[in-house]
Design a protein around this ligand. Sequence first.
Ligand code: MN3
Length: 199
Amino acid sequence: MAFQLPDLPYSFDALEPNIDARTMEIHHDKHHAGYTNNLNNAIAGTELEGKTIEQILANVSKHSTAVRNNGGGYYNHNLFWEVMSPNGGQINGPIADAINRDFGSYENFKKQFSDAAGSRFGSGWAWLVKDSSGKLAIGSTPNQDNPLMDISDFKGTPVLALDVWEHAYYLNYQNRRPDYISAFFNVINWDEVNKRFAG
Ligand code: MN3
């Protein structure tokens, strides 16, 4: 069974004005679709057919660059769409307590996450992850790498992710990555983050 491009859980314009409809359309229908197709092409006829994306990423060092880049791109965008919502932005639930415990305050968390996203040189992702004890950490990865990959020097179970590739913001924000990062906090789907934190 090949990997499937998931539908966006909301309309292209649902996240406006924080993320514009045209960016969302191209990002999902072209970029994410491309990673999905290229991943399927890269694993076709290999031992990786039938494995879960998590199994593939956990041993990605053994596979081709195409599997690393497109497997990461497939997983990362699946997560990214889910952790945003037009009704997002209001932190609540157990993740709020864990953020206070591990970062001191929501404002400190926001600053550290924004710094990780802003200082990632070139293309990549910022992450909030948990370890096996539930402790949270913030970091970033280059390109389409992610914290599930055995080759990553930043590891953990992702609970929140932000795409800082230029394709994620350039139409609306041009070079102003900090403004895009700031707007992201208005659309974070904390209900979904809580689910991933509990899972
Ligand atoms: Mn992207």
